[in-house]
Design a protein. Structure first.
Length: 333
């Protein structure tokens, strides 16, 4: 589907973009990938990596600016929406700015994609959008709802399909716990928020592959959730720095003890597949649509997909092996 197409990635200079762009160039050979972001230095650095590839274009812009989106989306077939204000404490202390980007920016993108005739849009979500307890999660829940509902929100109809991909913290991405632990492990002490805390573990490559699958599978309004393993934060710390001591510092404002990607309320509209789950929309009876369900099996009533009750767990040794294999790139993007 993506072969010989024009793709735009909002927030494309972030961790996801650094994985999605080279992987998509290699697998699908698209006609063009447009990187839209507001940080000129990140674009300058990224452009060096693709200096000889004429398929890459860079566009300075912000999802808050609808006029700029209209210009950037001219002739675009597919969009990946990765732009977001996503650091939990930052959102708590700067709520207006978080809402402007995560909610208003989503509305701008939806309108511009429909008006410019984009075929399909996949928006990146987060575990924090499921039963949110912080502002970041609440804005991403609102964003998810906007993308789901926008498949039918225009009176005269339109031809743009919107779906969502939801996953948790990406292993080794900038700002995640693994590079943070690595940066301070020589001190001999690692701060642990709560020894009971658990997190889902997903690689950037798995996130990209889930987006690819969404583009191929989507009808519109689906939320895709990858099946991935969990770890305790204590085991993550042991894998990164086996000899370091642990200092309990308490949970940060807005932080959850465990990650959740599917709530019990969503279970009535959730279907299971070999490698992922799919939450179908509750509106327009889409949750019973055979074209969206395909070969899925409905999950049990009151099913919850959370990091503490997960049936799949990553071992310390598996994480050690992954860290050793990716040592040079962890925390760089």
């Amino acid at each position: 589907m993506l072969k010989n197409s024009t793709i735009l990635v909002t927030g494309g200079t972030g961790s996801f973009g650094h994985a999605f762009i080279p992987m998509t160039l290699a697998k699908y050979n698209p006609k063009k990938i447009i990187v839209l972001s507001r940080d000129e230095m990140k674009q300058w650095e990224m452009a060096k990596l693709f200096s000889n590839d004429q398929r890459i274009r860079f566009f300075i812009g912000d999802v808050r600016d609808k006029d700029r989106l209209y210009r950037a989306l001219d002739g675009v077939d597919f969009v990946v929406h990765a732009a977001a204000t996503k650091i939990v404490p930052t959102a708590e202390y700067n709520p207006f700015e978080c809402i402007k980007t995560n909610i208003n920016g989503a509305m701008n993108l939806i309108d511009a994609c429909i008006d410019q005739g984009v075929k399909r849009v996949v928006a990146l979500s987060t575990d924090k959008a499921s039963s949110p307890v912080n502002l970041y999660g609440a804005t991403k829940l609102a964003s998810d709802k906007l993308f789901v509902a926008s498949n039918s929100s225009y009176a005269l109809g339109h031809n743009t399909s919107f779906s969502v991909v939801r996953y948790g913290n990406v292993m080794g991405s900038r700002g995640s716990v693994i590079p943070y632990f690595m940066s301070i492990r020589d001190s001999g002490v690692l701060p642990i928020t709560d020894p009971r805390m658990t997190r889902f573990m997903i690689t950037l490559e798995q996130g990209v592959e889930l987006v690819w699958h969404a583009f191929e599978d989507m009808v519109g309004g689906e939320i895709y959730v990858k099946k991935i393993p969990s770890m305790t934060v204590v085991d993550i710390a042991k894998a990164v720095a086996p000899s370091a001591k642990h200092e309990i510092i308490g949970i940060r404002p807005g932080e959850k003890l465990h990650e959740q990607m599917i709530s019990s309320e969503d279970s009535h509209f959730t279907y299971e597949y070999p490698e992922h789950y799919k939450i179908l929309p509750q509106i327009n009876d889409w949750g019973n649509d055979a074209k969206r369900i395909k070969d899925g099996k409905r999950v049990p009533e009151d099913f919850i997909y959370a990091s503490d009750t997960n049936t799949e767990w990553m071992s310390e040794q598996s994480l050690k092996s992954w860290v050793n294999a990716h040592h040079d790139t962890i925390g760089k993007i």
